[in-house]
Write a protein that binds this ligand. Structure first.
Ligand SMILES: Nc1ncnc2c1ncn2[C@@H]1O[C@H](COP(=O)(O)OP(=O)(O)OP(=O)(O)O)[C@@H](O)[C@H]1O
Length: 381
């Protein structure tokens, strides 16, 4: 009997020994994914050198056209222009840099790609869709039935097995797509904006299911998303891609709480300012912002959520930790308003609805401000 490199899987079956590619059947201790490639798409060039940690979820974020989907398609083996090395553990999936060229075809890469729109086979029932992977891998009928039942139960699809994709909602179809992907026992799971087309409830459910299933099957996952909830809810690591290159990477909290670009700051919804740090504060545009955890001196960045900013109608008395400024814009937000002030330039305060109406803030008003030092991050530029 073959055994999976995922020790806690519920089934072991002969398909492991029947894989089309001998290379793919190599069992490794780690399924970390090393991607060192260039890929061309018209005038666009992707140039990525990054290792995706084993058995964890890495979110890939970046502006439109940055190359995120191009990266996923390269890893999936769907982009013929990809050059370089892609290796999972010690198993090469692509190597164009040595004489011994390696190109493992997409269907034997043990890599599943889930796109924004569910891509189920329309002429096949949900059960047959889920069965497709294990059947193509040579599993016997009994095993296929077990696998289908297993994933249908786990993804809440048991009532839909005899239905066709067109008879399911978008959220149900996306769950079925995930079931089909996981049933083929991928070692790398590629999710391309999987919640974008789903409503809030379906997206929340899908996120929860992905989290539970991924933890359980220990698949190394790359998640392309424009949704901060996806990143916070699912990802351990974040890779920021811009203009086809890695702009920044790190653990999720660190990348989002200490952004290094306006794109990431806007994505995380935090204030992001540049200044000069000394001791426990940073001077930004003539204003000293204090931090309980500052680690920087000199040229530095600071980030903090707009909810950490307290904004009061201007009074005669200003304490040493406050400063005065003027309101330059007011934008409606969920349950409140984002209020931009003149100084420091680009700083936003979040004010909830009752508070906003209590003081009737308006553009041009003079206000006094302070920031909670406990949540202010100051870090080297
Ligand atoms: N089939 C194609 N032919 C030529 N150029 C393409 C093709 N597909 C994508 N591109 C270009 O490749 C670049 C990267 O596209 P890609 O879809 O990877 O970006 P992305 O980061 O996923 O964007 P988005 O966030 O909008 O989905 C873009 O400039 C795009 O115009």
């Amino acid at each position: 009997m073959g055994t999976s490199s995922h020790g806690n899987r519920f089934y072991h079956h002969d398909a492991d020994t029947q894989l089309v590619s001998k290379r793919i059947s190599t069992v490794t201790n780690s399924n970390e994914l090393r991607v060192s490639i260039t890929a061309q798409r018209g005038n666009f060039s992707l140039d990525i050198d990054h290792t995706f940690p084993s058995q964890s979820v890495t979110a890939v974020i970046g502006p439109n056209g940055a190359g995120k989907t191009t990266l996923l398609e390269s890893v999936a083996g769907l982009l013929p222009t990809a050059r370089g090395v892609i290796a999972r553990g010690d198993t090469e999936l692509l190597n164009t840099s040595s004489k011994r060229r390696v190109f493992v075809p997409p269907h034997v890469r043990r890599t599943a790609l889930l796109r924004q729109k569910p891509q189920l086979f329309p002429h096949m029932t949900i059960g047959s869709n889920i069965a497709f992977g294990p059947e193509s891998q040579g599993c016997d009928k009994n095993t296929v039935t077990k696998i289908v039942q297993h994933w249908a139960e786990r993804l809440d699809l048991t009532d839909f097995l005899t239905r066709y994709p067109s008879q399911l909602s978008g959220g149900q179809q996306q769950r079925a797509s995930l079931a089909r992907a996981l049933a083929s026992r991928p070692e790398t799971l590629l999710l391309d904006e999987p919640t974008t087309a789903l409503d809030v409830n379906a997206a929340t459910l899908f996120r929860r299911i992905v989290k539970e299933q991924i933890i359980d099957v220990l698949v190394t996952t790359i998640l392309v998303t424009h949704t901060v909830e996806d990143v916070i809810g699912l990802a351990d690591h974040v890779l920021v891609v811009d203009h086809g290159k890695v702009a920044h990477c790190g653990r999720t909290a660190q990348v989002l709480e200490e952004p290094r670009s306006t794109f990431v700051a806007d994505f995380a919804g935090v204030n992001y300012l540049h200044g000069t740090a000394s001791d426990d504060s940073i001077n930004v545009d003539g204003i000293a912002l204090h931090s309980s955890t500052s680690t920087a001196y000199g040229d530095a960045l600071t980030a903090f959520p707009p909810t950490a900013v307290t904004l009061l109608p201007s009074t005669d008395y200003i304490s040493p930790s406050q400063w005065t400024s003027r309101i330059v814009s007011i934008d409606a937000r969920l349950f409140g308003f984002a209020i931009e002030v003149e100084q420091p330039r680009g700083l936003y305060a979040y004010v909830d609805l009752p508070y906003f109406h209590q003081y009737g803030f308006a553009v041009g008003d003079s206000v006094s401000l302070s920031v909670d030092p406990k949540v202010v991050r100051i870090y080297p530029r």
